[in-house]
Design a protein around this ligand. Structure first.
Ligand code: ATP
Length: 511
């Protein structure tokens, strides 16, 4: 048997992947399209290959071509939503790995998810037993809470937008907070939202209550009927929770309150569901379970949801492979800077993914003054510094403000991937803010800022390995969260009083 050409890669695909229609795209952004997963009201979803991913199992992604509004304020709102979504903790939410909201046909790539829709599961098996129901209820509340933490309200959660897989439930279809009222849609929609209110956290709590009630009883909580009849019962608070475990009834009932202000917060929901779980398991008084325990509960309850069979398929790639592969899959989030490997059309290269650079929360101005850059004689050539995009005065031209930082201890590995903010908080300021210019061709090794949440590209010493350029880093400094990096300044002396030039940047991180 001859060894496989390095330009061929293997991908695990679903056994009966439906083929493409003649007019379907064969490439979307950096992804090579393999098959059509289906079409919904908000767009068409394709199975596609991320050729830069190191393992056959992880190479498969789902790419949705979204029915988007024409370029303008609504389209920009979609871009902002996708940008925020790509920052959401992916534990319970299907989040974008990459997206281009400004393309002619906007798209977003997601992890390929195996599993069953909650609606199918309940139709086949009836209402869930208490253990599975509590695991579902807490998982959904955690997912919604992760969305809200990034300022995104789902807006259209229902029993079809919950995917059950062997690690627990995942919330899907977060990109568009639509307002369908057709069919049984009214069941999941809070009265104020039915009347036209925008998506909101309180409306999501209502949807959580409706989905939990449905999953526990196997019935629609406001009964069958035309949307207006269902909405009428929802507005009157006439739900039927018969058959729901008693411990959950008061909480679900409050979540379905017609008055949004009377509904519990998600923190309260999570705490109450866990308290019921503890009572059910004779664990009262032992303090609330931590995240690991909750994750273990999820795995125990949902283990039986087997992933569908996948089969290997060999894909031929034309052209040159990328210079260097990181140790982990390059999961790319779409916010201006991030590089992706082009495949499929015979090209390897780097593209810019569109994203919001006007996210006010991320680029809010600052009054802080930066001192002039110290001269080379008084400052070391290599320095660990913090760059905070919120501190930059001119995000396009520079010079860019940095603050030297230091720490007494070695960062601890194996504690999970912290947020940029939490990581930066571990470093102490070790000098006054100063400013420097960044060579657009500077060598940049990214550890985290080019990756999706919970992904890092690190060597054994916690140094970044994903190669970018100074240009990409400058772009990041116009929108991203704070970063800790080691910088190396040019040996050449700057012009009189001018800022020093950074020629190398290595992001430091931990996992
Ligand atoms: N991340 C994913 N992984 C695997 N399959 C997916 C993924 N996202 C969507 N699909 C599949 O693609 C098909 C279409 O999904 P989509 O979400 O567009 O439709 P929908 O849920 O029917 O409608 P809507 O657009 O109204 O949300 C479905 O069969 C769905 O299971």
């Amino acid at each position: 048997m001859s060894p496989r050409s390095p330009r061929e890669i293997s991908v695990l695909v679903p056994e009966h992947l439906p083929p493409l229609y003649p007019d379907d795209p064969t490439r979307i952004g950096p992804y090579l399209v393999l098959g059509r997963l289906g079409q919904g009201a908000s767009g068409t979803v394709y199975a596609a290959v991320d050729a830069a991913s190191p393992t056959a199992g992880e190479r498969l992604v789902a790419v949705k071509v979204v029915k988007a509004p024409a370029p303008g304020p609504e389209r920009e709102a979609l871009v902002r939503r996708l940008t925020a979504l790509s920052q959401v903790d992916p534990a319970r939410v299907v989040v974008p790995l990459a997206f281009d909201g400004r393309a002619d046909r906007p798209w977003l790539a997601m992890p390929y998810m195996e599993g069953q829709r909650l609606s199918h599961f309940i139709t086949k098996r009836g209402g869930l037993g208490t253990g599975k129901l509590l695991a579902l209820a807490v998982g959904l509340a955690e997912g919604l809470s992760a969305l809200h933490a990034r300022g995104v309200a789902h807006g259209s959660l229902n029993h079809e937008r919950v995917l059950l897989e062997s690690h627990g439930p995942h919330i899907m279809d977060c990109a568009v907070a639509d307002a369908h009222t057709a069919g049984s849609g009214a069941t999941w929609m809070s009265p104020e939202r039915y009347r036209g209110a925008a998506a909101s956290p309180a409306a999501d709590v209502f949807a959580w209550g409706a989905v939990t009630a449905y999953a526990g009883t196997g019935r629609l909580p406001f009964g069958p009927g035309e949307p207006e009849e269902i909405a009428g019962r929802a507005a009157a608070g006439e739900h039927n929770l018969t058959g729901l475990p008693k411990g959950l009834v008061p909480l679900v009932s409050r979540s379905l309150d017609p008055d949004p202000d009377a509904r519990p917060s998600l923190n309260e929901v999570i705490g109450s569901v866990l308290a019921v779980w503890q009572r059910e398991n004779g664990r009262e008084g032992s303090g609330p379970p931590d995240r690991d325990e909750v994750a273990a509960l999820m795995e125990r309850e949902w283990r039986a949801v087997e992933p569908a069979q996948r089969v290997p398929r060999v894909i031929r790639l034309e052209g040159r492979p990328p210079r260097r592969l990181p140790r982990r899959a390059p999961i790319l989030v779409g916010a201006g800077v991030l590089a992706a490997v082009l495949v499929g059309a015979g090209v390897w290269g780097v593209v810019r993914l569109a994203g919001s650079s006007d996210d006010e929360a991320l680029v809010a101005g600052t009054e802080q003054e930066a001192s002039p850059s110290p001269s080379p004689e008084e400052a070391p050539r290599t320095l660990v510094v913090r760059f905070d995009p919120a501190e930059q005065e001119n995000v396009v031209e520079g010079p860019w403000v940095y603050t030297p930082v230091d720490r007494d201890d070695e960062p601890q590995r194996g504690q999970g991937v912290p947020t940029h903010q939490d990581w930066a908080a571990q470093w102490e300021e070790a000098g006054e803010p100063a400013s420097a210019v960044i060579d657009p061709e500077a060598e940049v090794l990214c550890a985290k800022f080019c990756a999706a949440p919970d992904h890092v590209f690190l060597d054994e010493e916690g140094r970044g390995t994903w190669e970018l350029t100074g240009r990409d880093f400058i772009d990041y400094l116009s929108w991203g969260p704070v970063v800790i990096v080691e910088v190396t300044f040019s040996e050449e002396e700057p012009a009189e009083g001018g800022p020093r030039e950074i020629v190398q940047v290595t992001e430091l991180f931990t996992d």
